[in-house]
Design a protein. Structure first.
Length: 329
């Protein structure tokens, strides 16, 4: 008898969506299918479930299990956060029924990466997701309006953004205002869409780095993306695993746009090896690692190719590092 019931249940589960018994309803509230977002390394997955219908919810990204949420008895909303990667992410939520059945739903989201030639624009059939500008039911349990304390929270958890965005500071190097959870310094709740940031992003950085920017703008040779004010193409506004919160290690960052540039241009050894481009201390910038940015300013310089000196005088140029106190060879 029990077996027959289980078989019946399985048969029901195989039916198309409409055929599910309403007792096992499961809906992904956020994210929304076929939408894209700018940047993020994590995304919230909130499901609305029939209370007490499931013993657990499992969340998969591209088939890999990321969350196994038990203890959901009585809950109607199950909130969690998963890691995502640039490109299309297939997020599947599976509700586990006590006697072995499974109800699954899935959505596809596209994450943009400004420094990936492959993923810097979303496919045509994806629309931009502005969560805070769409209507949601989250406010029944969460504070959704910015509070006075959000300007300069004393503790991270004082920020009303913290509950949902706490992973944003999980990086090795975190940018000052983000580390302080002063999110509203850049995300204006009166902006349209809400919390959107200005383009070009330089306008936002200028508020605190105006002196640096003005000094660079006076220099004769300006780097393409800097001249366009695209600071956040190279710098994450929040943080990253590299100093100065660059989106990759500088050499890899440069090579993601200058794809043909192997680095062989400075000098090529007899065996074809180029001048070192990483893995040694940078003699010009104590504490940093040698990279393309050791010779080229990523922003601007008075010299051609944004170099730190005139390369047509190899002796002086090379001696910017070699035969110096920092590197006597
Ligand atoms: C220095 C300015 C700045 C600060 C401070 C800042 N942000 Fe952002 N944020 C941006 C910009 C610019 C974007 C647009 C996407 C990008 O360039 O990566 C963004 C995107 C986002 C996104 C969407 C994509 C992603 O990266 O996840 C979230 C969520 C977000 N910010 C939350 C926060 C929270 C929470 C804080 C406070 C802890 C914060 N931001 C602090 C500038 C800032
Ligand atoms: C029925 C109440 C309820 C509703 C509705 C609700 N949440 Fe939650 N949410 C909670 C509770 C309780 C927590 C745990 C609080 C904590 O960790 O401090 C939580 C935690 C979260 C977290 C953190 C999860 C984690 O693993 O760190 C996120 C993200 C989140 N909610 C997003 C949302 C979003 C987005 C919505 C609307 C689509 C929403 N929630 C609606 C009750 C709710
Ligand atoms: C109830 C949970 C919740 C709270 C509280 C919350 N956010 Fe969000 N936020 C989300 C979700 C969900 C998204 C969609 C992207 C994602 O899943 O990370 C989002 C996206 C964003 C984005 C990207 C633009 C957009 O609208 O999609 C920004 C910027 C942002 N949040 C800033 C903030 C700031 C600043 C605060 C605090 C003043 C805050 N959020 C509080 C859940 C929340
Ligand atoms: C609200 C003020 C504020 C805004 C806006 C702001 N920053 Fe910053 N930034 C700081 C502070 C404070 C520091 C120094 C503390 C630290 O190292 O995080 C800093 C440091 C930096 C550094 C490291 C500088 C160094 O010499 O160590 C970089 C890179 C940077 N910011 C990039 C940006 C970019 C790009 C933007 C625009 C998206 C931006 N910042 C917007 C306040 C701000
Ligand atoms: C092409 C990529 C790129 C762009 C565009 C860019 N930066 Fe940078 N920036 C870097 C790299 C790489 C470093 C680290 C240099 C190093 O490792 O020596 C850096 C360093 C910095 C620093 C630290 C200063 C220092 O000591 O070198 C600040 C401040 C900064 N950037 C702000 C900005 C601002 C503001 C903008 C936009 C107006 C911007 N950057 C645009 C790549 C970039
Ligand atoms: C977002 C893409 C992007 C990134 C990342 C990037 N660049 Fe560029 N770079 C450009 C563009 C666009 C130009 C202007 C194209 C031109 O004038 O030929 C340029 C021009 C240059 C030039 C001048 C070339 C010439 O022939 O005048 C140099 C040198 C250079 N970049 C070095 C770097 C270095 C070093 C880095 C890493 C710190 C870097 N770039 C990162 C896009 C990028
Ligand atoms: C040791 C100093 C040094 C380092 C490190 C360095 N460059 Fe250069 N770069 C030069 C010099 C000198 C020139 C001008 C003469 C030439 O082309 O050899 C130049 C020219 C360039 C040019 C413009 C001319 C061309 O060949 O297109 C680009 C673009 C460039 N470098 C990108 C990079 C990138 C990307 C890296 C990191 C992989 C890098 N450079 C690392 C010294 C350096
Ligand atoms: C930004 C600083 C910098 C500049 C400028 C620079 N180099 Fe270097 N160079 C280095 C570093 C760091 C190493 C690695 C040192 C080591 O092996 O310990 C290196 C290694 C070398 C080596 C290999 C030496 C060895 O022992 O393996 C040669 C040859 C060389 N550089 C030639 C040049 C020439 C020629 C120029 C001028 C066109 C130049 N370099 C400009 C930093 C620089």
């Amino acid at each position: 008898m029990k077996r027959a019931a289980v078989c019946l249940l399985f048969l029901l589960l195989l039916l198309p969506q409409k055929g599910y018994p309403s007792d096992y309803s499961l809906k992904i509230v956020t994210p929304v299918d076929s939408t894209y977002t700018q940047g993020g390394q994590t995304i919230s997955v909130v499901s609305k479930v029939q209370a007490n219908a499931f013993s657990a919810l499992k969340i998969y990204v591209d088939g890999g299990l990321q969350k196994d949420l038990g203890d959901i008895d009585g809950k109607q909303y199950v909130c969690s956060v998963v890691s995502v990667h640039p490109g299309i992410n297939t997020i599947m939520v599976s509700g586990i029924i006590e006697d072995g059945g499974v109800v699954s739903r899935q959505v596809k989201v596209f994450i943009i990466s400004p420094i990936s030639a492959k993923y810097n624009t979303a496919p045509d059939d994806y629309t931009q997701y502005w969560f805070h500008s769409s209507s949601s039911t989250c406010f029944t349990c969460h504070q959704m309006q910015p509070q006075k304390t959000d300007l300069y929270p004393v503790k991270h958890s004082d920020s009303s953004c913290y509950v949902c965005h706490k992973d944003i500071t999980d990086r090795k190097y975190v940018h000052g205002p983000t580390a302080a959870w002063a999110c509203l310094m850049c995300h204006d709740s009166n902006a349209d869409p809400k919390y959107s940031t200005p383009t070009p992003p330089e306008k936002m950085c200028e508020k605190c780095h105006g002196d640096d920017i003005a000094a660079w703008q006076k220099l004769k040779h300006q780097h393409g993306p800097f001249a366009l004010g695209m600071c956040t193409t190279c710098h994450s506004p929040h943080g990253s695993n590299w100093p100065f919160w660059t989106r990759k290690f500088p050499t890899d960052l440069c090579l993601s746009c200058h794809i043909g540039q192997s680095g062989n241009h400075v000098i090529t050894f007899f065996n074809g090896d180029p001048h070192p481009m990483r893995g040694h201390p940078d003699p010009r910038h104590p504490g940093r690692e040698l990279s393309c940015a050791s010779c080229h300013s990523p922003h601007a310089s008075p010299y051609r190719f944004q170099l730190f000196g005139d390369y047509r005088h190899p002796r002086t140029f090379c001696r910017g590092c070699h035969f110096t106190k920092a590197m006597p060879y």
